[in-house]
Design a protein around this ligand. Structure first.
Ligand code: ATP
Ligand code: MG
Length: 192
C-alpha cells in the first residue's frame, strides 16, 4: 500500500489542492491520498481560522467523486495542536508495511525546518514536492524525495478568503460542493 498525505488548513480548499493530490497520486502510483485537515494549525495562530468541522466538510465535498482522494479526520479526532509528525506516526501504526509519502508544495518544503520533530518525519515518509515542470529541485538534505510535476496554479486560500469577503464569486477556483458550503454556512463573510 502506497499512501500519500496532503496536509493543510484548507481554509478554504481550492483547485490547486485537488490537482496537487491528483498529480501526486498519478506520478507516484499511490493507492490513496489522504487530505489531512489540520485541527489547530499552530503556525497560523495569528489569524482567525475557520472551524475544523467547516474546513473538513469543504474538503470532503471537494473530493467527492475524485478517485483515490479522501478527506481525513485523523488530526481533528486527535485534537490539540496539529503536528504532522504525530499524523505520520499514527498512520504508520495503523497501516503496517505501507509506504508513506508526505506531499507538499514548494512553500512548505522551504519551511519544513521550522516544523516540530522533523527528524521523525524524515524517518517515516518520502517527501513528495509538487513543483512546476522544469523547476530546479528544492535541495532537501537528509530526506528521501520525489518530485511531482504540476503547472503553477497561482491560487491561494488567502486570496479566496478575501474575495469571498468582498462578495466576489469563486466558482472554478473552489470545487462546487465547497462553494455551496461557503454560501450555506456564511463562511468568510466580512461581518461573519
Ligand atoms: P493559505 O493562503 O491560507 O496559506 P494555501 O492556499 O497555501 O492557504 P494551505 O492549506 O496552506 O493552502 O496548503 C496546503 C498544501 O497545499 C501545502 O502543501 C501547500 O504547499 C499546497 N498548496 C497550496 N496552494 C498551492 C498551489 N497553488 N499549488 C500547489 N500547491 C499548493
Ligand atoms: Mg499556505
Amino acid at each position: 500500500m502506497r499512501i500519500g498525505v496532503l496536509g493543510g488548513t484548507f481554509d478554504p480548499v481550492h483547485v490547486a489542492h485537488v490537482f496537487a493530490g491528483v498529480s501526486a497520486r498519478h506520478a507516484l502510483g499511490l493507492d490513496r491520498v489522504l487530505f489531512t485537515v489540520a485541527n489547530a494549525p499552530w503556525q497560523k495562530a495569528d489569524r482567525r481560522i475557520t472551524s475544523a468541522e467547516d474546513r473538513f466538510a469543504m474538503v470532503a465535498a471537494a473530493l467527492e467523486g475524485v478517485d483515490g482522494l479522501e478527506a481525513s479526520r485523523i488530526e481533528i479526532d486527535r485534537g490539540g495542536p496539529t503536528y504532522t509528525a504525530d499524523t505520520m506516526a499514527d498512520l504508520a501504526a495503523a497501516h503496517p508495511g505501507a509506504e508513506l509519502f508526505l506531499i507538499v508544495g514548494t512553500d512548505v518544503a522551504d519551511d519544513l525546518h521550522t516544523w516540530e520533530r522533523v527528524d521523525e518525519l524524515r524517518a517515516t515518509a518520502t517527501l513528495a514536492i509538487v513543483s512546476r515542470p522544469g523547476a530546479p529541485p528544492v535541495p532537501m538534505p537528509g530526506w528521501r524525495t520525489a518530485t511531482v510535476e504540476m503547472p503553477l496554479l497561482d491560487v491561494s486560500s488567502t486570496d479566496l478568503r478575501r474575495w469571498v469577503g468582498e462578495g466576489r464569486p469563486v466558482d472554478g477556483l473552489v470545487p462546487p460542493g465547497a462553494v455551496r458550503l461557503i454560501a450555506e454556512r456564511g463562511l468568510y463573510a466580512l461581518t461573519g
